[in-house]
Design a protein around this ligand. Structure first.
Ligand SMILES: [Zn+2]
Length: 176
């Protein structure tokens, strides 16, 4: 897989008029000198669920899809347009684990760079402490292959590729 590139390198033509006169404007936008179109590479919001079991272990999902297929992640995903972070988390939990969220409390956020289709997608990952309706007999679905429970201090950081997830786990370990 080729390394993902910053959107400034990917976007070569104006998306509005097709001109080649698309110029970088600062480090996060491009401006068309021909028609005036100006596009900002804004941060995408994503959510991550920290779910404890009764033994004080946290749930991690083994990814079924690229990027980082086969590696670990917190359950969660991107926030859809016009959706709250809370609704996105409840939807992702339903899609990935087939259960409902009983309670969620905001924990922290960290920025991340998510490689997708050859491009670096800038995200802000919002982590919540989550209680589910049930954590037994869950069926992993959607973009997760299986779930595992680990003591937060014993997670192998090499298996957690996203820098934001590493940072969330570090912050969690500081609080325990
Ligand atoms: Zn243009």
């Amino acid at each position: 897989m080729t390394e993902a590139q910053h959107p400034n390198k990917i976007f070569k033509f104006c998306p509005s008029c097709g001109s080649t006169q698309l110029r970088q404007s600062g480090d996060r936008s491009k401006n068309c000198l021909h028609c005036g179109f100006h596009y900002f590479f804004n941060t995408s919001a994503a959510v991550a669920a920290i779910i404890f079991d009764p033994e004080g272990r946290i749930m991690l999902a083994r990814r079924a899809v690229e990027p980082h297929k086969g590696q670990l992640d917190f359950p969660g995903g991107f926030v859809d347009p016009n959706e709250t972070a809370e609704d996105a988390l409840a939807r992702e939990i339903q899609e990935e684990l087939g259960t409902k969220v009983n309670k969620m409390d905001y924990f922290c956020s960290f920025p991340n760079t998510y490689p997708f289709a050859g491009m670096e997608v800038m995200t802000l990952d919002l982590a919540f402490l989550v209680e589910l309706e049930t954590i037994s007999d869950l069926t992993p679905m959607d973009d997760i292959a299986s779930i595992e429970f680990h003591h937060p201090s014993e997670v192998n950081m090499d298996e957690l590729p996203a820098q934001s997830m590493k940072n969330i786990l570090k912050k969690l370990n500081e609080r325990i």
